[in-house]
Ligand binder design. Structure first.
Ligand SMILES: Cc1cc2nc3c(=O)[nH]c(=O)nc-3n(C[C@H](O)[C@H](O)[C@H](O)COP(=O)(O)OP(=O)(O)OC[C@H]3O[C@@H](n4cnc5c(N)ncnc54)[C@H](O)[C@@H]3O)c2cc1C
Length: 403
């Protein structure tokens, strides 16, 4: 089948959609306002994190996405960085340990390969961690990628299948004719297609508002710092205890008490620290994340955010206090009020794949679903949780989201 598809946005969702549609024989043009990977996908920390995905849709799509990666590694030209590394969340007080014990038991009931490991094992897996660490939840199903390399690989794969990638082209508005979206107007002219795919992450709400389609998607700013290569090796993904507050899976446990997880400085100046760390094949560490909700889509780090990362991470990884920081950045993590993306044909000719909080896993699956919807096939995944038109709350500037 030959279909003209215009994909707007060169993140993991858009570049993967271009790849799957082109592989299906469609004629595809991807339009990206900056460069492929400019948005959240090029700035994220690469967790394929099943550990805290709620049972049901969120865990199912995360698992499907995580399981796609070994296959993608074989089929995408040039490869990308992927490691089936496992992941852990550590704790350092007995009260926290009791919550984690309950958490691990609940997750095992959800079918995850998770265990409670002791302090000695955490120190073996994470050499620079504080010496008094008591234990961690460890999940062998977790894995990691360098998402920018995945996006580039999808773009290379799309090109190899005949797609055209246009960088530096901003879509200014969608063009409706009758009840159908049939083109996009850009700063480089008009592009028409039988199917227009909007995969613009945190930028989506404004673009769709132009044609009266209301999909409220917020942008949570996450700040990150990167060190130079380090001499030790940390295999798993690492989350700190304060990250538990972000997840209903912890907050809903009978043993949960936020006071048990309150650490000085991890919640200040309107910023909340989601403490995490991951080591790349190069030996460099990505560390983060100070989080907040700026009114504008502003993807710049701030001194307050970087100070919070520095204080929080140096407290739990004392030897990192003096390591050189080589880069800092921020990105905008998209979210909807129910934490599921919108994946649907929103009106004839207009397909949306946006609002992904966990795009590393859900992104490639979304792309497969979109290519199936465009081809008029039954999607391989039940998307009833992601339909357009389900009730979504408006995004309130500055109001935090919890998963
Ligand atoms: C710091 C950080 C860490 C994260 N860590 C993780 C993690 O560990 N695991 C995980 O699963 N998720 C993580 N996320 C979330 C993840 O990055 C997103 O879910 C995912 O990248 C969303 O992909 P996307 O393609 O929908 O959006 P994006 O990657 O934001 O891509 C949207 C693209 O659309 C382009 N665009 C926008 N408007 C227009 C227009 N009008 N015309 C043309 N182009 C346009 C943008 O330039 C951008 O490149 C993190 C996010 C951040 C910010």
């Amino acid at each position: 089948m030959t279909t003209d598809v215009i994909v707007v946005g060169g993140g993991i969702v858009g570049s993967a959609t271009a790849y799957y549609c082109a592989r299906d024989g469609m004629r595809v043009t991807l339009l990206e306002q900056q460069t492929v990977g400019y948005g959240a996908s090029g700035r994220n920390v690469g967790f394929l994190w099943l550990h805290c995905r709620t049972a049901g849709f969120a865990l199912d799509i995360a698992r499907a996405g995580r399981n796609l990666y070994p296959q993608l590694l074989e089929e995408l030209p040039g490869g990308f960085e992927f490691r089936p590394s496992g992941g852990l969340m550590y704790f350092s007080t007995p009260d926290q340990g009791a919550v984690f014990e309950e958490f691990v038991a609940a997750r095992r009931r959800d079918g995850l390969d998770m265990t409670l490991i002791d302090g000695a094992e955490v120190r073996r897996l994470v050499p620079p961690i504080r010496p008094d660490v008591l234990g961690a939840s460890y999940c062998s199903d977790d894995a990691q990628i360098v998402t920018s390399t995945v996006v580039e690989a999808f773009a290379r794969g799309a090109k190899a299948e005949g797609a055209t990638i246009r960088e530096g082209v901003t879509v200014e508005r969608l063009v409706v004719s009758g009840d159908r979206v049939e083109a996009v107007e850009t700063d480089s002219g008009r592009f028409s297609g039988d199917a227009i795919v909007v995969a613009t992450g945190a930028w989506t709400t404004a673009l769709l508002a132009g044609i009266g389609v209301d999909i409220p998607i917020g942008g949570e700013r996450l700040q990150v710092a990167m060190t130079g290569p380090q001499p030790f090796w940390i295999e798993p993904l690492v989350f700190g205890p304060n990250a538990t507050k972000q997840y209903a899976l912890f907050r809903d446990l009978p043993s949960w008490d936020p006071a048990i997880f309150t650490t000085p400085g991890q919640d200040r100046d309107g910023l909340v620290l989601l403490p995490l760390l991951v080591q790349r094949a190069s030996g460099e560490l990505s560390i983060g994340c100070a989080t907040d909700y700026p009114g504008e889509l502003d993807a710049h780090p701030t001194l307050a955010g970087l100070a919070q990362i520095a204080d929080g991470l140096a407290a739990d990884f004392p030897s990192l206090r003096d390591v050189p920081i080589t880069r800092t950045w921020a990105g905008l993590l998209p979210f909807t009020s129910d934490h599921a993306p919108v994946i649907d044909e929103v009106m004839p000719g207009l397909f949306v794949g946006a609002g992904h909080t966990f795009g590393n896993t859900a992104g490639p699956v979304t792309a497969r679903i979109l290519s199936q919807l465009i081809a008029g096939r039954e999607p391989e995944f039940d998307i009833s949780a992601c339909r357009y038109g389900r009730p979504l709350d408006p995004i309130v500037v500055g109001a935090p989201t919890h998963w």
